[in-house]
Design a protein around this ligand. Structure first.
Ligand code: FBP
Length: 553
């Protein structure tokens, strides 16, 4: 396996990620300080009963050790990449690789192919130095691939045990989002209950930025992805402000939470940015959201400005209460009356049949939508027959509805020429920023230290991220500590709490204080491309979200 290296990749391969002080002398010269026994964030009794072997473990903090270096034992570690790509994944693997090789040159790192199914079905490669060196500081997950198989059944767990035994694994590192880390914790508990002496350790990954809490300051990949989108948004803003003839509606990835949209807004200061969590909190209807956008378009037009930039989060429609009801009713109708609805033919004919299975409110909402969106809602189904919300072209929906809204205003005398964009895949595999390159390498290195010390059910953690790398604090957080019970697919499940945008937290407040000014003025900022070399205040910058959340600006 080899990859074609660009000039940047070749030069970047030379970059040596920086490590927190405690890890700089190698994995053998690390002390582990154990905190108090921990509790889950909520539902303590229920979580404790589900995790009798791993619940309550202490938070671990790594420190520098004065001990002389004695060669450690050889270990075998397996690594799996789970879910959507996020910049820096290769550096997590490099961190694990370098740490276990520094511990003992004969240690082996296995990479499971194509995500969790590779672990389940024992499809793997050994990652050697030659292979590893080609992927250092590069974006993507292509060294071993990723996948979205969920490891959640006893049968799957038993197959993982077979894999662990076959490869004599001391540890499995699961690099994933909230669901994958939840399942990692369940796997750790299962291994313990079966006396399988293989640790399971998680690493927080997702560009969406929704896997974070008091101990996990950010998920890796968010920084790079948002900087990439912000560069593109800045470029579009400059074009809009030069040509002065288009409105650009840009949908930004982020399946559920609006962290990406909010951070991109803080970096670029657009005229409009919708935050799904705010829409939900205010109980806004789609009509009200559209009205608010149209008001800004109209006010700018009145000032002679028929142009602007609006950011729309990918998950918006799911946060609009009436839309959630409509989607639920559509799923029900299609599940119970599929034949009749299908027999009616495709939209617009379907639209005539469907409403009789909907409440009056949902029928009205459906019929108010552009026909293309009605088709997406009724025809694009996932393998379980449900509406595929992530495929709804929200940016086009918004444009059509704003145009209709403006056309109905007798006092609107401006022009509304709108273009749509969707930024998502453009950022998920970008070459990691220095922040993500360093953070990921440190997360991987810490995961290896946890593995070498037989710690299981932990998430690798690096904290104090806004304080300069010399102050970064590496360690491990028990995954059960982040859990609560939530209703999923009709069942109560232990899950890691998803972190949505908090409306009383500093990043959102910062945005709210400025957005009215940004709406009417061209306060645009143009962040430009990620800088990999140069002054530290340029090349090693983190992002607004983490700085505001941590009180660092
Ligand atoms: P993860 O939660 O697995 O990190 O993936 C996040 C994400 O990038 C979302 O932002 C997006 O909605 C989704 O993946 C798209 O996934 P896919 O590429 O599988 O369609």
């Amino acid at each position: 396996m080899s990859q074609n290296l660009s000039i940047l990749s070749k030069a970047r391969a030379e970059y040596q990620p920086k490590l927190p002080v405690a890890l700089r002398n190698g994995p053998l010269k690390v002390t582990i300080e154990k905190g108090e026994a921990t509790e889950s964030v909520r539902d303590q009794d229920a979580i404790k009963s589900l995790f009798p072997n791993t619940y309550g473990a202490p938070v671990l903090s790594f420190g520098e050790s004065e001990n002389p270096v004695i060669m450690g034992n050889e270990v075998n570690v397996g690594v799996v990449l789970s879910g959507g790509q996020a910049p820096g994944g290769h550096n997590v693997i490099a961190g694990i690789f370098d740490a276990i090789k520094a511990n003992q040159g004969g240690s082996k790192l296995y990479g499971f192919l194509g995500g969790p199914s590779g672990l389940e079905n024992a499809e793997y490669i050994e990652i050697d130095r030659l292979l590893m060196d080609q992927y250092r500081n590069t974006g993507g997950f292509d060294i071993i691939g990723s996948g979205r198989t969920k490891l959640e059944t006893t049968e799957q767990f038993d197959k993982c045990i077979e894999t662990a035994k076959k490869l004599k694994l001391d540890a499995i590192v699961i690099i994933g989002g909230d669901d994958s880390n939840t399942n990692g914790a369940i796997l750790a508990e299962y291994f313990k209950s079966k006396n399988v002496s293989c640790s399971v350790i998680g690493v927080p990954k997702t560009i969406d930025g929704d896997l974070k809490n008091e101990y996990v300051e950010t998920s890796f990949g968010f920084d790079t992805a948002v900087k990439t989108y912000s560069e593109m948004i800045g470029n579009i803003q400059r074009d809009a402000n030069s040509a002065k003839k288009y409105w650009h509606f840009i949908k930004l990835m982020g399946r559920s939470a609006s962290h990406i949209g909010l951070e991109a807004a803080l970096q670029t200061q657009p005229n409009i940015c919708i935050i799904s969590e705010e829409v939900k909190e205010k109980g806004q209807t789609l009509g009200q959201v559209i009205d608010g956008i149209a008001d800004i378009v109209a006010a700018r037009a009145a000032a002679g400005k028929n142009f602007g930039v609006a950011l729309i989060p990918e998950g918006l429609v799911e946060f609009i209460p009436e839309f959630g009801v409509l989607i639920g009713e559509l799923n029900e109708a299609l599940a119970h009356h599929e034949e009749e609805i299908k027999a009616a033919g495709e939209t617009p004919e379907m639209v005539v049949v469907m409403p009789k299975y909907l409440t009056a409110e949902s029928a009205t909402l459906l019929q108010s939508l552009p026909v293309s969106i009605q088709a997406q809602l009724m025809l694009d189904r996932d393998p379980h027959g449900n509406v595929q919300v992530s495929l709804i072209e929200t940016e086009k929906l918004v444009i059509e509805m704003v145009a209709k809204n403006l056309a109905a205003r007798s006092d609107f005398k401006g022009a509304f020429a709108a273009l749509n964009h969707f930024f998502g895949y453009e950022g998920r595999c970008a070459a990691p920023s220095n922040f993500d390159a360093d953070y990921c390498y440190a997360l991987g290195y810490s995961a290896a230290v946890l593995a070498l010390n037989s710690m299981t059910g932990y998430m690798s953690s690096v904290r104090n991220l806004t304080q300069g790398i010399e102050n970064w604090q590496a360690g491990g957080i028990p995954i059960t500590m982040m859990m609560n019970i939530e209703r999923r697919h009709g069942e109560d499940k232990p899950v890691i709490q998803k972190a949505l945008v908090e409306l009383d937290a500093a990043p959102f407040k910062y945005f709210v204080e400025r957005r009215d000014q940004w709406a009417q003025e061209e306060a645009y900022t143009y962040p430009g491309p990620i800088q990999y070399w140069g002054p530290t205040e340029v090349a090693d910058q983190t992002n607004f979200t983490i700085k505001l959340e941590r009180g660092a600006m």
